[in-house]
Design a protein around this ligand. Structure first.
Ligand code: ADP
Length: 461
């Protein structure tokens, strides 16, 4: 079986979030099941592909796994920029042009290389036009019309919405700009197109698959998702256990495992030192790694710091990039509590690893969370997650391996963090909790098999 993976980012080439982790790791897990996978993504300025080879006028080819070809589409006008989707001024204004170009080019490329997949597996709004073109523009073309499309929603909060005036750029029949097509409150909604024209829809955790059918989480698309409920599946994301592994991680001060958990303290000290905090193993160290956006509940964290620090000694290390208001707030807290709070506003892969390895607890009070990988990474590194019970957080964290609050208020968040801080004082019990966290296995194996079954089902019609 042949599957083409279409994603706008993939680790180790370029990454802004969990999508890249998934698009880099799931194909490798599928290949291990005997599925032939290729990937197509844009070649941005920041794509790291030292061993890629040139293929034709605008494509480079790299390789991951045993034999997964990664086609990197070049276009200086669209992709030779610092950001993937935008810069400090916001989203790039020509994103519709950029990603419709990418989607068209993906399909053309297949014919050029004469590689006919059974399935195209598209991820998020940037790739959502691929099923639309496949089932409309190319519906009469025998090279394309047997190809099935599967679409994975990684975050319904990002839909690729553009002014209707840009519709001609898509090169689609005008009739498709309607309530039963890509039209959404008088605008173009690319994600909606992906949801309508793909054969099967998936999202990245079973709980989120249920949540998005509701008005609260459906972001205006719950009606369509309801109609397609029979073809909508929730499959929990996995984690690349080879890459995220405290036993072999070369970014961290000292490798450790469940058998040498005392070495986690060496990582904690190294992190405290690097961040200019008091070096003291007795002080609980809380970590945050993530996009600094409303979704991630950053407001809850920053607004709780004063109260938490007055309650008992603690330290907080935050790493993230995002909205200026959160950066400013965190910066002010770092100034106010120079020995307790450290914040860095960058995308810094090595520091992220150091935080997972060095912190005792990991804060992730997301308002909604389709799956979330950061809490799984934290568990893998023995950093106890404190989360809101939603989406993939509800599917991966429980009282057995972390701390969970059920009603989204600052008060409940504070109560839960304080509960964790109290538990931390009992060293024996805390160690047991770490061992429990380490015993969970969120590697890709199981979930990749679920995808394999869905692919099979699609191929069998
Ligand atoms: P999302 O995909 O919504 O951003 P996830 O928890 O699914 O959230 O995945 C986030 C991924 O991006 C994790 O691998 C996390 O370690 C990484 N990450 C997020 N922000 C940063 C950052 N500023 N520096 C380094 N890695 C980051």
């Amino acid at each position: 079986m042949r599957v083409l993976f279409c994603a706008s980012e993939a680790h180790p080439f370029v990454k802004t979030g969990g999508l890249a982790d998934v698009a880099g790791a799931l194909p490798v897990a599928l290949e291990a099941q005997g599925i032939e996978v290729s990937i197509v993504m844009p070649k941005y300025k920041t794509v790291h592909s030292p061993r890629s080879t040139v293929h034709g006028r605008d494509v480079e080819v790299a390789k991951i796994g045993k034999n997964i070809l990664v086609y990197l589409i070049k276009n200086d006008t669209y992709f030779n920029r610092e950001g993937l989707y935008g810069d400090s001024h916001g989203d790039y204004p020509d994103n519709l042009e950029r990603f419709s170009f990418y989607c068209k080019r993906v399909l053309e490329l297949l014919k050029e290389i004469q590689w006919q997949p059974d399935i195209v597996h598209c991820h998020d709004w940037q790739t959502a036009l691929i099923p639309v073109y496949l089932k409309n523009t190319y519906s009469e073309d025998t090279f394309y019309n047997k190809i099935k499309a599967i679409f994975t929603i990684h975050n319904l909060g990002y839909q690729g919405v553009f002014p209707r005036e840009e519709y001609p750029t898509l090169g689609l029949d005008g009739a498709l700009f309607s309530i039963d097509g890509l039209e959404f409150y008088h605008k173009i909604n690319l994600l909606k197109g992906g949801l309508l024209f793909s054969d099967i829809l998936t999202t990245v955790s079973p709980t989120y698959a249920k949540e998005i059918l509701t008005k609260k989480f459906g972001c205006g698309l719950e009606g369509i998702l309801h109609k397609r409920q029979k073809e909508l599946f929730g499959i929990l994301n996995g984690l690349d256990y080879g890459y995220w592994n405290p036993e072999t991680d070369t970014y961290i001060a000292k490798a450790y495992s469940g058998k040498s958990i005392e070495d986690k303290a060496i990582n904690k000290e190294a992190l405290q030192e690097q961040c200019g905090l008091a070096v003291d193993d007795r002080i609980p160290l809380l970590g945050v790694v993530g996009r600094l956006v409303e979704q991630k509940g950053i407001d809850l964290i920053v607004e709780s710091v004063d109260s938490l620090i007055t309650h008992s000694p603690l330290q907080l290390v935050a790493l993230g990039k995002g909205e200026t208001k959160y950066e400013k707030h965190l910066e002010a807290l770092a100034k106010k509590y120079p020995h307790n709070v450290s914040a860095r506003f960058d995308f810094d892969e090595p520091l992220a690893h150091k935080i997972y390895a060095g912190c005792d607890m990991f804060l992730m009070p997301s308002r909604y969370e389709p799956c979330g990988l950061a809490q799984m990474i934290a568990l893998r590194y023995g950093a106890i997650p404190i989360v809101f019970k939603t989406g993939g957080l509800a599917d991966t964290v429980s009282e057995g391996n972390g701390f969970v609050f059920e009603h989204y208020t600052e008060k409940n968040f504070l109560i839960t963090v304080k509960k964790a801080l109290t538990a931390y004082q009992d060293k024996k019990k805390w160690l047991l909790l770490i061992q429990k966290a380490l015993s969970y296995n969120f590697s890709w194996e199981v979930s990749a098999r679920e995808y394999g079954k869905l692919y099979q089902r699609l191929c069998n019609g």
